[in-house]
Ligand binder design. Structure first.
Ligand code: ATP
Ligand code: MG
Ligand code: MG
Ligand code: MG
Length: 447
């Protein structure tokens, strides 16, 4: 729809007569400006792949109509209690010369949203941009409070946009008013357009009365399949530090990733060293590693989930049915590659067994497993544990820091460019919490 927003369609293009649309978009957020990969599995509402339900106005309906339509759908059609809903609007940014969107505030008040259910937020949450350039504008978001009306709950103002699963962002209504230019300036568009996005999985959780997207019929069948073949306990819904053995986190990662790779491969992406193919490979590997290390699941488990994904999504996306064989073969090939690399790492550990001090596996050897053989830290720890060894992660982390310094020094590009870092390095840094996800936009990746 970008050319429509920007008025770039040739005048005889039939899409010029299109005024409104609704759709469900396949969304994958594992790279670029909106990268959620590191959060997936750790929380209950970010996925690598999700469906974004949208309604669109191409210079047709106003902000007011957009808000009214959304409100009507949620409160009349879905019958969500109004007291559970909160809205946000763009509070402006003086430094960037952007005014608060008071028009939007007054629209919500007129609709009947009480003052204490409306909050202003800044650019990060309420000014939407798809990338560094292109159509963009202020947005208003609708959030759902799972704990509305309950006692001893922190005020909504403290929970909204704070990362708590109890008050969840559900729907983003973007008012496309500008086109961001390459020099960073904002060009005002001739018409106001509306582009909204609501996460289907979050909506399903709300409608099924659950605080976690994973406790819905979108994920439960995948968990059941996984439990059938794994050698560990069933899913219990533990998140964060209460999931001490990472079993529930692994159930979430594997099931989420299975949906992502099934969709991505069916759309023609294949594991590769570069770009989207590389992101796909990393996602498949995370799923394979979690299945092997945490769920003690046999070879073939991850690919075995693909038919279950097709059962859930295949009616809406028929291409999944056509490509299922390809998905299974691709994931199994990736598993073979991984097992091969594990075998190499095993040989490395054998060669180094005489160097083991006490029951400590040296950080250098662990580093080699990671950097040379491409194994995730989870897997290295597991290999070490199976030999009764603890990994010296301090030395490992030091090596990683050295590598980071080396890379940024070597790869710093001339002014105006982002420093380049390898995807592999980013993965490592993220895993150890050294490079927070928020900082990822500052780097350009190569694999
Ligand atoms: P969040 O703040 O929770 O990360 P967002 O502000 O990045 O969400 P938007 O870019 O506004 O998300 O996308 C529109 C909607 O898509 C969100 O309101 C949410 O319902 C859904 N959504 C966004 N990211 C994800 C994700 N990773 N997994 C599932 N749903 C998502
Ligand atoms: Mg986000
Ligand atoms: Mg948000
Ligand atoms: Mg948002």
């Amino acid at each position: 729809f970008k050319p429509i927003f920007l008025g770039l369609l040739p005048s005889d293009n039939p899409l010029n007569t299109l005024k409104r649309a609704t759709n469900s978009q396949k969304c994958i957020r594992v790279g670029g400006k909106h990268n959620d990969l590191q959060d997936v599995g750790k929380d209950a509402y970010h996925h690598t792949f999700f469906e974004m339900l949208g309604n669109w106005s191409f210079g047709d309906y106003s902000k007011k109509t957009a808000c009214e339509l959304a409100w009507q759908l949620l409160t009349d059609v879905y019958q969500l209690p109004k007291r559970s809903l909160y809205v946000t609007y763009f509070g402006g940014d003086a430094a960037l010369g952007l005014e608060p969107d008071f028009e939007c505030y007054h629209i919500w008040r007129k609709i009947g949203v009480p003052e204490d259910h409306i909050f202003p937020f800044g650019v990060k949450d309420n000014f939407w941009e798809m990338g560094n350039t292109g159509p963009c504008g202020p947005c208003t978001e609708i959030h759902f409070d799972h704990l509305a009306g309950q006692q001893h709950v922190p005020p909504a103002g403290q929970r909204i946009n704070s990362g708590t699963p109890s008050l969840i962002e559900l729907w983003n209504l973007v008012f496309i008013q500008y086109n961001r230019q390459a020099d960073g300036s904002l060009e005002t568009l001739q018409n106001l357009h509306v582009d909204t996005g609501m996460g289907l999985e979050r909506l399903v959780a709300v409608l099924q009365g659950s605080m976690s997207n994973y406790d819905t019929d979108l994920f439960q069948p995948l968990f059941q399949k996984l439990h059938e073949v794994s050698s560990v306990r069933p899913y219990q819904g533990l998140v964060g530090s209460s999931d001490v053995d990472f079993i529930d986190t692994s159930y979430r990662i594997i099931s989420d990733h299975a949906r992502m790779f099934t969709v991505a491969i069916s759309d023609g992406v294949l594991p590769d060293e570069y770009d989207a193919g590389n992101s796909l490979r990393r996602v498949i590997r995370r799923a394979l590693t979690a299945a092997k290390v945490r769920l003690k699941a046999p070879k073939g488990t991850v690919a075995f989930l693909a038919p279950c994904v097709v059962e859930s999504l295949g009616d809406i996306f028929p291409e999944l049915h056509q490509n299922i064989q390809m998905v299974i073969e691709t994931v199994n090939e990736e598993e073979d590659r991984l097992l091969n690399q594990i075998a190499k790492a095993q040989r490395l550990l054998d060669r180094n067994r005489l160097n083991v001090k006490g029951n400590i596996l040296s950080g250098e050897v662990a580093w080699e497993c990671y950097f040379v053989h491409g194994l995730q830290q989870d897997l290295i720890e597991d290999l070490a544990l199976s030999r009764g060894l603890q990994v010296d992660w301090n030395v490992f982390n030091k090596k990683m820091k050295e590598e980071q310094n080396k890379r940024t020094a070597v790869d710093e590009k001339p002014q105006g460019h982002l420093p380049a870092v390898s995807l592999h390095l980013v993965d490592m840094l993220n895993h150890r919490g050294i490079l927070p996800t928020d900082d990822m936009d500052k780097y350009e990746y190569y694999s």
